[in-house]
Design a protein around this ligand. Structure first.
Ligand code: NAD
Ligand code: IPM
Ligand code: MG
Length: 352
């Protein structure tokens, strides 16, 4: 089991360290970890946020554990040298077109959510976010317009094949639950979304067991807060999925709780190749203070064991340990508690 560990910037190294310790505590045989630099730290050390060597390590492994990238010192660099390009580059280079972001309120932990307990109780959804297309990867630029002003532009597009393959991931994921898929788009305004919606409908015609609905993304944001029970899988594009997943994390209680898996078509001898990361960023405001909640990264390790190594029992052990730690009152500042990053990691390991 070869795993590339890419901690990155800010709280990335802090949360990744605790997640690796949890992984190691399982005592799995044949585990080898390979470290690589990504993000601002990689730019400072090697002159590029995604050095060739890191990409080579990632490609040679069965899975990647990614912390976070982003460094305010780098925000003035040319865009292609900024830390965020590391995660975008890895997703594109590794063909990871499907990003799975589960958001669930654990039974008995409704009080961690800012929603009313009777609403929070039923929040258990999966955002299936397209990850290698959309306005993220379209042509972009800054030009001087006719009024001699700077004008930024970014091209948004989705092709039918891009939509079809992510729709299939959503349908497959929905079958693990109760087959509900809600596709969130902006077909009332955007041609990109019109193609998205037409293609999702067409793709679903071969999957009659799927209960497909459509919702405009602005309404979906509102409905996640007011009536999350209606959602099973939310299928959406890259930009909308980015925003909806931060929103869903807040509804659960904290962005420090939400893991993610990014996968494509590539298989290894163990399972599906994937990159696993918390949905949060490098949190410069709390970096280096030992305050970060590592649970999202620890839960990303559970997703890795399940999806990339077929180790369901070990994945469930980690998830149960996190849930029990939370139930026992182990909480970081993000959840109104006082436990630091290392203490939370240790508490999860004790409960494995
Ligand atoms: N995948 C990634 O690497 C990724 C994701 C999002 C943002 N970023 C980058 O991170 C930098 C900061 O971005 P941002 O501030 O918008 O988003 P962020 O997710 O880093 O932080 C948002 C807020 O949530 C808090 N937070 C985040 N993770 C936490 C955790 N584990 N425990 C406790 N609190 C946590 C932060 O302290 C901050 O107040 C930027 O450079 C951004 O581009 C990277
Ligand atoms: C850092 C950024 C490029 C990234 C995204 O927008 O996908 C982040 O916000 C995420 O959610 O993983
Ligand atoms: Mg995001």
């Amino acid at each position: 089991m070869r795993i590339a560990v890419l901690p990155g910037d800010g709280i990335g190294p802090e949360v990744t360290r605790e997640a690796v310790l949890v992984l190691e505590a399982l005592g799995l045989p044949g585990l080898t970890l390979f470290d690589g630099d990504v993000g601002g730290i990689a730019y400072k050390r090697h002159g590029h946020p995604l050095p060739e060597e890191t990409l080579t390590i990632a490609k040679a492994c069965d899975a990647v554990l990614f912390g976070a990238v982003g460094d305010p010192d780098c925000d003035k660099l040319d865009r292609h040298l900024r830390p965020e390009q590391a995660v975008l580059g890895l997703r594109k280079e590794l063909g990871l077109f499907a990003n799975l972001r589960p958001a669930k309120v654990f039974a008995g932990l409704e009080h961690l959510s800012p929603l009313k307990p009777e609403i929070a109780r039923d929040l258990d959804l999966l955002i299936v976010r397209e990850l290698t297309g959309d306005v993220y990867f379209g042509k972009k630029g800054i030009r001087q317009n006719e009024s001699d002003e700077r004008e930024g532009w970014d091209m948004m597009s989705y092709s039918e094949s891009e939509v079809r393959r992510i729709a299939r991931v959503a349908f497959r994921s929905a079958r693990l639950g109760d087959c509900r898929v809600c596709s969130a788009d902006k077909a009332n305004v955007l041609e990109t979304s019109q193609v998205w919606r037409d293609t999702v409908i067409d793709a679903a015609s071969a999957h009659p067991d799927i209960d497909l609905t459509h919702m405009y993304v602005d309404n979906a944001a509102m409905q996640i807060i007011t009536n999350p029970a209606q959602f099973g899988v939310i299928l959406t594009g890259n930009l909308f999925g980015d925003i909806l997943s931060d929103l869903a994390s807040a509804a659960v209680g904290s962005i420090g709780l939400l893991p993610s898996a990014s996968v494509g078509d590539r298989k290894t001898e163990h399972g599906l190749f994937g990159l696993y990361e918390p949905i949060h960023g490098s949190a410069p405001d709390i970096a280096g203070q030992g305050k970060a909640n590592p649970m999202a990264t620890i839960l990303s390790v559970a997703m890795m064991l399940r999806n990339s190594f077929g180790k369901e029992a070990e994945a469930a052990r980690i998830e149960h340990a996190v849930e029990t730690a939370l139930a026992d009152g182990i909480r970081g500042g993000d959840l109104g508690g006082t436990h630091g990053c290392e203490a939370i990691g240790a508490a999860v390991r004790e409960r494995l």
